[in-house]
Structures are given as C-alpha cells and as structure tokens.
Design a protein around this ligand. Sequence first.
Ligand code: HAM
Length: 439
Amino acid sequence: MTPGGVLARFGAMSKAAFQRLPGFRDFVPEDLALRSHIFDAWRRVSRRYGFREYDGPPLEPLELYVEKSGEEIVGQLYAFTDRGGREVALRPEMTPSLARILGERSRGLAKPIRWFSIPQLFRYERQQKGRLREHFQWNVDIVGEDDVAADAEVLAVAIDGLRALGLTAADVRARVSDRRLLSAVLGALGVPAEGLPATYAVVDKLEREPRERSLERLQNEAGLDAGRAREVLALFETPGLEGVRERFGERDEVGAELARLDTYQGHLEAMGLGDFMTFDLTIVRGLAYYTGIVFELFDRSGEFRAICGGGRYDRLLELVGGEPLPAVGFGMGDVVLGELLRARDLLPDAAPSVDRFIVPIGPEQRALALRIGHAERERGRSVLYALREQGVGKQFKAAASAGAREVVVLGPEEVARGVAVVRDMASGEEREVSLEELT
Ligand code: HAM
C-alpha cells in the first residue's frame, strides 16, 4: 500500500480502532510515579537482603509453560506461532524463565543463588478488580538451599517490601501452609497420591467456588467418593494448625512437617515479623510446581485479591533440564498492591517538580538563560525555561505549573550589575545571586 493509501485507510477507521486493549494500562506520568515508587521500594529491599537483579526475554518457547506451570496459566497464555514456525508465548510468570536461565548457568554460580527481577507479565485473564492482562511482578528467589531458613528469608523479603511502602501488620498478613503437610494429612484421610494435584486445584479455589461445586470436583476430578470428599472439605473449615496437630500430630509424617513449620515461624518471630504470619491450610497455590511451604499475602480487610504468592519448588530446575537444585521464592504484583496503597492513602506525591525555572525578561537575556540553564543541569539540577519569547507573567505561571522551587529572573538592570534575582516560590523571598555563581 502507498503511504497515501495507508493514511486514507487509517483516516477511514473509526476512533475505536485506536483504543487501548482491554486489561492493558497506559502509564501517564502520575501513574508511572506510583509504579516507580513501588519498584524503588522493591529494589531497595532486594538489595538489603543481598539479591542481584536479572531479566530475561518477554517471549519464550511455549513448551516452557506447558505442564511446568499448570493448566490454569496455560489456559491464559498469549501464545502464537512466530514467522519462523516456532510455538512461542509471552511470559505469564517468571519462574520457568528463571529455571531455564539457571539450567544453563547455575553450575558456575556460588550457592545459594539470590536473584530478583521485575518483569512485565501477560495473562489472558478475565478482567476483574486486581486482575489485568499485563502486570509487573517482583520475583525474589533463593536457589540451591533447602533449609527452612531460606523459606523464612523470602517471606521476610516480601513482608519488608510491603513495609517499605508504609504497610503494617494491621494492613497485611501472610497465609502460610505446606504442601508436604497437606499431602500427609490428605493421605491420612485416604486421598490417593494420584488424586493430590486435582485436590490441590479444588482447595486453591475454595474461597471462590460454591461448596457444592468443590464437592463435585473432588469426586469427578480427584476421584474421591462422596463421603471422603465431604471429609476433605470439612478439614478446611478450621484452617488453622491446631486442628491438624490434635487430629494428625501423632503420625510421624505429619509430626515432622509440623516441626518444620514451627522452626519457620520461629525464624520469622526472631526477625520481629511474627505478627504478619498466620497458618492457613487452604493455601496451596494454583501453580503445579510447588513442593513445600507455600504462602500468599493478603490485605487484612479481605477486600482485595492476593498481593503476593510464592513457595518452595524443589524440582522445577531439574524438570527444565538443569542441575537439580532446591528453590524457593515469590511473585508480588503491582496491581493489587497499587489499589491497596491507594485505599490506605499511601500514594507518593506525583505532582511535577523542578529545581529552577529561568525567566529572561526579554530576548537580550535568552542566551544567558540558556547558558545558566545548561550549567545548572551539568551540576545535576533540574531546570526549565520557556521555549519561546513570553511575557514575565506567563513565564511565572509556567514555573508554578512545573512545580519550580525557585525562579531565576534575568532582568537587564541586574544582568548589567552581574547578578540575577532568585525567588523562592514557596516563601516568596527574593535574593540576588551573582551570574558567575550561576554559570
Ligand atoms: P502467582 O500467584 O501466579 O505466582 O502470581 C503472583 C502475584 O502476581 C499474585 O499474587 C498477584 O498479585 C500478581 N498477579 C498474578 N496474575 C495477575 C494478573 N493477571 N493481574 C494482576 N496481578 C497478577 C507466580 O507467578 C509465581 N511464578 C511466583 C513465584 C516466584 N513463585 C516462586 N517464585
């Protein structure tokens, strides 16, 4: 098509053709200010704990997610065949990419590996509060350490990420469980090993599905009889650990898992973060690869979807073809977190601001304005001036809307004396500063 033809075609298209895709966001500066505020806190906390930042490509082989991530995510993939005939997908999560990257490189790295990343991820989800089709997700993972101290450490990072944004134990809590404990308890209730994945999938949805539907799925998908299915559901009606301890604690396999969770809790209490944590047997996580302690972070009011989810996945690296290394980590999304910060009045100041706005009174002072502006910028100050000849009033108005802290006025008389007038915009105070100092 000729360039004219293209223009004619676009011209004929309705305005609707250029609307943003549903579930995607624009980030105008006010929105980007919040995103940066969140990213800054995430990076600060990651570094405090000695994690190093990495990234990977947004497009990966489709195969990386099939079976590794589990049915739910695979059903939400943005997948297509590329021009070279490869089956590819936009990354819906970072963990498989991390496993792939470490598959190639982990042998040369000192263990445990402490890496973090803030990728943009894509899932074709039904749009709802807290769920979009793209989001940014803070991923923090420790690879090569199977001690429960690593599990406690990553939860501490997640909690501190929220604390760094002003949230407290009154705002958020971590709900923690362990797939090993759950499988031991379900085993004691007579759920066969091959029925576990389907049972986990039902448990993961307990809060979002009617009880009848869960009962039905336990029978049809996990192969339980009606009585056993009811018994399994009853287990989750009191999701704390005490019931489990009383009923199943005597069994060796359950006792060992409870002891590990006690150590885990002890670590978090020693760090002063015990108040953030509750045990909750209903937390299993929707992803297929978790093998041990799992957790999700929620707002205490119960108003929002999960802010963060993670856990131990000791077999994924091997599954992806790498060194068999234990791993534990989490992903924290920016969408629910942004909503929660807004609800708790914890948004950053997004108003524009610059250090100085330079106001030449007339065209004779323009070259001097440019010289001062550039010298100031070289010193690291943010500086603005009008890009065309304007009256002083208009320039002051522009300075105010740019959020200038100071205005530097270059009048012919002052310039002749080798000075400029610097006005503090908040107090209105004025002082003379030598041009030598400004340039
Ligand atoms: P996930 O639970 O699928 O875990 O996602 C983690 C968090 O990302 C969620 O709690 C939520 O805040 C956010 N999130 C997920 N999907 C969306 C969406 N469609 N819109 C907005 N936010 C969303 C994982 O992805 C694991 N790979 C995390 C992990 C890392 N596990 C170990 N290491």
